[in-house]
Design a protein around this ligand. Structure first.
Ligand code: NAD
Ligand code: UGA
Length: 456
């Protein structure tokens, strides 16, 4: 029986995942280690450094009981029987495979650190999303050790989505565990199954070989992103023909084979993983000489770029072909609601394109304003940041709604309209508000995948 678990990496995945394990396994000591001392201090104080609904409550249940955060990574490795690795694996920005392959430097540093400091029998669990066959590479590194430590490497990809991380971890559709098809590999799988079985029904815990588990993670994200790009591709046709993308999504989504979820047209998908993981898949295909397959998946990302760019083009066209010196209030900078995360948020590209048109951009967001400020620190004086959406819209020529925050549905748009320049424009990048209602107030309304509602 495992009694000491270590999580390396206290980010969006590592922090919530280890906290939920600690909550459900009070007899196991769970330590989470990260090289970022500031992050560690925030976790250890009970006020997590990331915003995630319900997270603080879970952390507080276990903190000080069987959950602890530390910046002493090496020391923590020494005592662990099982080590979950949840370090970041961004897209490589340099050298071979730049812009496509995963940058494995953080992951490899962790593997070397484990090799140096682990003692006895240790199970290493890949939680980070990694290229197929990485577990094998990790095993090769770990086998290079000369000490008495022995390792089993498992792949246990994480499927949580930000904003619903706690619900996803508490009640997952499935937990996937890949391991070696040897007796030792199977025994390691059983240890990990035993941990999840504290709260996940056995039939939802799937086991596989290690490469299937690694590939399933990339494939799941590729399929999800593909659905978003597919509905966004349909939204382009809708805008041209007078069809309404919401009606089309409802009509096709009622077919059980297609399903209702992930058919919301919008300004494109963001987040730290969809694009990264598809590019990673594309790189893998290219590596194996599978050019047709690579081009197929690459189009999902190309469509996403087009959707963001086309949103700005529609704004320019509607606003008499010039945005120069016009004030645009941007409602929402996070890549989706209920998170302060802005990684790959469509708002980044859209704001930069608006600024390139010499618009004056005022950004508001309930959780991501500081992150937006950091992201656009080089953007000059045309961009400003305002926590109050009413103030952001004051004197604006247009509102561009880019994140589907619930609070934007409850605003007084009569009041907002009264304080805007006229004609006032509303570009709903998420189909988040009732366009007819806005139109009745006086706005000229342009919602993704729907016909223009304009009096001009
Ligand atoms: P993140 O950047 O939020 O967190 C990674 C953490 O690892 C950081 O705090 C960093 O300081 C730490 N770290 C890096 N190198 C380290 C080292 N050598 N030792 C100790 N700590 C180290 O990243 P994330 O969003 O949590 O993603 C982690 C992995 O999980 C990625 O591979 C990602 O693809 C995958 N994933 C992410 C999500 C998500 O929703 N964010 C969901 C599923 C899977
Ligand atoms: C996604 C997956 O849903 C998770 O299963 C996966 O674990 C995670 O990536 C990961 O590997 O990091 P996440 O990126 O947090 O989770 O959020 P999603 O809810 O998937 O949304 C991604 C993007 O797609 C957001 O920008 C969202 O606004 C957009 N989206 C989603 C749409 O535009 N339309 C939709 O119908 C659904």
């Amino acid at each position: 029986m495992i009694r000491n678990i270590l999580g390396i990496g206290a980010g969006y995945v590592g922090g919530p995942t280890m906290a939920v394990i600690a909550k459900h396994c009070p007899e196991i000591s769970v330590v989470v280690a990260d090289i970022d001392a500031e992050r560690v201090a925030a976790w250890q104080s009970g006020a997590p450094p990331i915003y995630e609904p319900g997270l603080q409550d879970v952390v507080r249940v276990a903190l000080g009981r069987n959950l602890r955060f530390t910046a002493q990574v090496e020391e923590a490795i020494r005592d662990a029987e099982m080590i979950f690795v949840s370090v970041n694996t961004p897209t490589k920005t340099f050298g071979q495979g730049a812009g496509r392959a995963a940058d494995l430097q953080y992951w490899e540093k962790t593997a070397r650190s484990i090799l140096e400091h682990a003692r006895g029998q240790t199970i290493v669990v890949e939680k980070s999303t990694l290229p197929v066959r990485t577990a094998e590479a990790m095993e090769r590194i770990l086998k290079a050790g000369r000490g008495d430590a022995r390792f089993q490497v498992l792949s246990n990809p994480e499927f949580l989505a930000e904003g619903t991380a706690i619900a996803d971890l508490e009640n997952p559709d499935r937990v996937l565990i890949g391991g070696a098809e040897t007796p030792e590999g199977q025994a390691a799988i059983e240890e990990l199954v035993g941990i999840y079985a504290h709260w996940v029904p056995r039939e939802r815990i799937l086991t596989a070989n290690v490469w299937s588990a690694e590939l399933s993670k990339l494939a799941a994200n590729a399929f999800l992103a593909q659905r978003v790009s597919s509905i966004n591709a349909i939204s382009v046709i809708c805008e041209q023909t007078g069809a309404n993308v919401l009606e089309v999504a409802r009509a096709i989504g009622t077919d059980r084979r297609i399903g209702r979820d992930f058919l919301r047209a919008g300004v494109g998908f963001g987040g730290s993983c969809f694009q990264k993981d598809i590019l990673n898949l594309v790189y893998l295909c290219e590596h194996y000489g599978l050019d047709e397959v690579a081009r197929y998946w690459e189009m999902v990302v190309a469509m996403n770029q087009y959707q963001k760019h086309r949103f700005v083009e529609r704004m320019i066209r509607a606003m008499f072909n010039t945005l120069a010196d016009k004030r645009i209030a941007v409602f929402g900078f996070a890549f989706k609601a209920d998170t302060g995360d802005i990684r790959e948020s469509p708002a980044i590209q859209i704001c930069r394109e608006l600024l390139a048109e010499q618009a004056r951009v005022c950004i508001t967001d309930p959780k991501a304003l500081d992150a937006a400020r950091r992201e656009l620190k080089d953007a000059g004086s045309r961009v400003s940041f305002e926590p109050d959406p009413y103030k952001a819209a004051q004197g604006a020529h247009a509102i561009a709604l880019l994140t589907d925050w619930r609070e934007y549905q409850g605003l007084d748009y009569e009041r907002i309209y009264a304080e805007m320049e006229k004609p006032a424009f509303f570009f709903d990048g998420r189909n988040h508000l009732d366009p007819e209602k806005l139109f009745r107030i006086g706005f000229n309304v342009y919602a993704v995948g729907r016909p223009d509602l304009s009096a001009l």
